[in-house]
Design a binder for this molecule. Sequence first.
Ligand SMILES: [Zn+2]
Length: 336
Amino acid sequence: MCKIFCLDIGGSFIKLGVSGADGLAETASISSPSDYDTFLDRLATLLLSEGIGPQDRLGISIAGSIDAENGSVHAAQLPFLASVNLAADLEAAIGTRMGAALKESIRVENDADCFALAEATFGAGRSYENVFAIILGTGVGGAQVYRGDLVRGFGGSAGEWGHGPFIQKQDPSAPGFVPQFACACGQKGCINTVGGARGLEAMHAASGNPLSESKTIIDGWAGGDAACTATVSSYVSLLSDALAITLNITGAQIVPVGGGLSNALILLSAIDSEVQRKVLLPRPTPLVVKGQTGHNGGLWGIYAQLMKEMSAIERNQPRGLRRQSPVASNSGRRRC
Ligand SMILES: [Zn+2]
C-alpha cells in the first residue's frame, strides 16, 4: 500500500504529514535550513527516516510563488529556492539515498492554493461547490476551488485578488487618507499592501498614530478607541470593496479565512457584514468565515490534491487493473 507524504515548508519551520488509516497525521517538524544543500539533505533524510518508498507520493506546500516554466520558487524567507528546481533536485536527493527513483513526480503547490484545497475538501467550504479562500496574514493571499479543482488560470495567477492597483491616489489631508503603498509585485496601491497585519499597522501609522501591532489596533477598535476605530473602519471598507468585486467575478459561495488576522472573529464579522452589503447577490449564510484547517491547511491541502490525482489515475485505468475498494472521502481516508 502506497502512502502520501506531505511537506509544509515555511520560512521558519517545515512540517511533515504522512497518510494513514485515519487520514493525515503530522509526524515531524524541523527548522528551515538557510542554505540549499542543507535544505535538500534534511528533507531527504527526514523522508527516508519516515519510510518513504519508490511507490509513495510526495507533495509540498510552500509559502511562495512557483514558476511553472522552470520549477523555481520565489519565497521571501527562502531566497535560495529562486534559482533551482526544487522538485527535480529533491527527487534526485531522495533517489540517491533510496537507491531507486520515486515513481511519480513531486507535486509543489503554493500555500494559499493548498489552504483553499484544504478548506474546500475538509474545512469550512466542504459543503460548497465554489469556494474562494483568502489568507489575511502578513499580507494577503487567495485561491479559488471549483467542484474540487483549483482554478489556476494564466500562469497560475488566478485567485490573486490581493494584487493590482486598487487604492486610488488620495489627498493626504483628507479624512481616512490611505497611501498608495508600493507592493512587492511592482504595483502601487494593491490590497496586499493594506489587507494583512503589516498593512493594517501601516495604515494606522500613516494617519499619524504611533506604530502599533495589529492586535493592539483591533483590540483598541473593539474597546471604542477613536483612532483605532478610524483605522479599522478604513481597513474593513477597502478590504470589503475588493472582496465584493472578487466574489461578483468568481460567484464563490463561501470565503474561508486563514492567516493571523483570521483569529480576530470580530474583524471577520465586520468584513462579512460589509461584503454582504456590497455583493450583487448577498448570500443566505455568512460568507466570510474563519477557516477550519488552521495551521495545518498546507499539509491538508497538498494531501487533498494528491488524493484527487490518485483517484483520477485510478478512474482512468482499464477496469481489470483497478485496485479493490479505493476509499476517498471527506474523512481523508484513502487506500492505494
Ligand atoms: Zn501587488
